[in-house]
Design a protein around this ligand. Structure first.
Ligand SMILES: Cc1cc2nc3c(=O)[nH]c(=O)nc-3n(C[C@H](O)[C@H](O)[C@H](O)COP(=O)(O)OP(=O)(O)OC[C@H]3O[C@@H](n4cnc5c(N)ncnc54)[C@H](O)[C@@H]3O)c2cc1C
Length: 553
């Protein structure tokens, strides 16, 4: 008998099996309800097709794309600049799967259908659970469309490729591909929130191709997805800050003068290359009016900010399903963890938070979707995108930490997935305008656009009578916002209250009274501690909440 067999020490027991493969759409009751409620039921076939891929192949690809991080090659062997980033094949496959299934272009290709942006949000929500790094170029490609449309000649040439369900990761000019991806360059060393301080300079060269060509000299301090086919960037002109479309290959087919200095060594988000670049006379076409660059690019930023809400809600969802799955299969002190009363409180509380985050993310999706048709929804989207970006993204890190703890020590170990989610969790709160910037934006919207205040209260009043705590909070918020005092120092508190009221309203409208009441009591009436797992004891509700998370397999 081999020595190893003679000294067998133990059987491996009581370690939960992997959750994957599973169907990430069919198993998600809250998501399916949100898709139907917010008007994307007609597009379900798209989600039904992507759900099983996300819960299987894409999950494995996500692991590989993050284990093998992108590598920068500045020069070729002969010393010529190449400025190429090499990705693991898993990254390219993830991009291809996402784009072919509509994560970037579905809403634009079905723009005539109400709810197309809601369906696209659901595709992003699914994809982001498998890999968050690819979500960065995917969201930027989706979001660039309204800005690009400001320049019809450019849009005519670029748009068909930007919205196409085709991915091509080669380093060749955009026109040689069926599908293009687009990045964004706003942040510079001296300022990210205050982009008016940008120092990159643009000098006009004259009309060329589909617009007026400029030469850009300067830098960008955070420039994610530098292998995109083009970038929307800000630079100063005589008229002020302006927006440009900067192609990776110049119009003559040579590499544009976008020099990648280095890749950022980031806390997480490892499958995504984020870089620092120098623009050494790079050629770019102006987009929109000269001097109106901020207004032009903000149309893109509104959509990427919404995707931060979708992304954080989706990270929470993935952390939650892993925690519930683990607690069902792991036993301690004679019972499955999921049957331990205190663990039930933790899981139910996380489930409640996830339900509210998802419901708000998809309500915003409907407002975004209807913005072009309905003035009130446009005004609502203007304010609730910032409210959601602040609150849902802020809730993500403590949420993932608590889900991680449900797995015990395994939650801290790379193989189990939660460690990667934990590293990713703070990012959505920081980029595309950090927390304070969102809160200040909410105040600005309320001050400058009375229609946004009206739309916000119309939304809260639309469920009047559905929950008395919400009715009371709506009155209190009206009084608070009506006061003429300086709200800026307390903006976080104000926006938090708005977010909690909106989330309650979404849950009331969703029609599950027990869930809406539990959320209102714990979050509005504060019958809750500071950490998760501090709901009032209410066993039947806790059981129902946990069972909704994931069908028992
Ligand atoms: C991984 C990653 C990828 C990124 N990719 C891109 C990209 O592709 N393209 C791009 O353009 N940018 C990108 N960014 C940059 C990101 O959008 C900025 O870092 C962010 O907007 C904050 O800007 P900043 O870093 O200059 O911080 P600052 O502007 O210096 O802000 C620092 C802090 O001060 C707060 N603050 C600022 N002004 C005020 C005020 N008036 N009152 C109160 N508080 C205030 C902010 O909320 C923030 O918390 C990326 C960032 C990260 C981390």
């Amino acid at each position: 008998m081999p020595i190893a067999d003679r000294f067998t020490t133990h059987d491996v027991d009581n370690q939960p099996p992997p959750l994957a493969p599973y169907d990430a759409y069919a198993s998600d009751v809250a998501l399916r309800e949100a898709v139907a409620r917010e008007g994307a039921g007609w597009a379900e076939a798209q989600l039904i097709a992507y759900g099983p891929i996300v819960g299987d192949e894409a999950m494995a690809l996500g692991v590989a794309a993050n284990a093998h991080r992108p590598a920068l090659h500045t020069h070729d062997r002969a010393g010529q600049r190449v400025d190429d980033v090499e990705f693991h094949p898993a990254y390219h496959r993830l991009m291809a799967l996402a784009i072919e299934h509509g994560v970037t272009g579905f809403a634009w290709r079905h723009a005539e259908h109400e709810g197309a942006h809601v369906a696209r949000a659901a595709l992003m929500y699914l994809h982001n659970q498998a890999d968050q790094g690819t979500s960065c170029p995917l969201t930027m490609t989706y979001a660039c469309v309204p800005s690009l449309e400001q320049q019809p000649e450019l849009a005519r040439e670029w748009m068909p490729r930007v919205v196409a369900p085709a991915y091509d990761g080669r380093s060749v000019p955009a026109s040689a591909k069926l599908g293009n991806t687009v990045g964004m360059g706003m942040t510079e060393k001296q300022g990210g929130s205050d982009v008016r301080a940008n120092t990159t300079r643009a000098t006009p060269l004259g009309a060329a191709g589909p617009g007026v060509l400029y030469e850009l000299v300067g830098h960008k301090w955070f420039f994610s997805a530098p292998m995109s086919d083009a970038f929307l960037v800000l630079a100063q002109t005589d008229e002020g800050l302006s927006c440009f479309l900067l192609p990776r290959f110049a119009p003559d087919g040579a590499r544009n003068a976008v020099r990648i200095q280095r890749l950022k060594d980031k806390l997480g988000d490892w499958s995504n290359a984020s870089s620092e670049v120098e623009l050494q006379g790079a050629l770019a076409w102006m987009v929109g009016e000269p001097g109106r660059g901020l207004a032009t690019i903000l149309q893109m930023v509104m959509l990427t900010r919404h995707d931060c809400v979708i992304g954080s809600a989706s990270i929470m969802r993935q952390a939650l399903v892993q925690a519930v799955h683990h607690a069902r299969h792991r036993r301690a002190f004679g019972k499955a963890l999921v049957d331990q009363p205190l663990m039930r409180n933790v899981l139910a509380d996380l489930a409640l938070e996830s339900e509210a985050a998802t419901a708000l993310a998809f309500r915003i999706a409907r407002a975004v979707d209807a913005s072009g048709r309905d003035e009130r929804e446009r005004a609502l989207a203007r304010v609730v995108t910032a409210v959601g970006k602040y609150w849902v993204c802020k809730r993500c890190p403590p949420f993932v930490n608590e889900a991680q703890e449900c797995l015990g020590g395994n939650g801290y170990v790379e193989d189990w997935g939660l460690a990667r989610l934990y590293r990713q969790a703070p990012l959505n709160s920081i980029w595309e305008g950090s927390g304070n910037i969102q809160c200040l934006d909410v105040l600005r919207a309320l001050r400058k656009e009375p229609a946004s205040t009206e739309a916000l209260f119309a939304e809260l009043e639309s469920v009047r009578g559905g929950n008395t705590l919400l009715d009371r909070e709506t009155g209190a918020l009206r009084k608070l916002l009506g006061d003429n005092g300086d709200l800026e120092p307390q903006a976080r508190r104000v926006v938090e209250r708005m977010a909690l009221a909106l989330q309650t309203a979404c849950l009331v409208r969703a029609g599950n009274v027990a869930i809406a009441d539990a959320f209102a009591e714990s979050r509005l009436a504060r019958a809750h501690g500071v950490t998760f797992g501090t709901l009032e004891p209410s066993a039947p509700l806790q059981k129902a909440l946990i069972e909704r998370v994931l069908p028992i397999s």
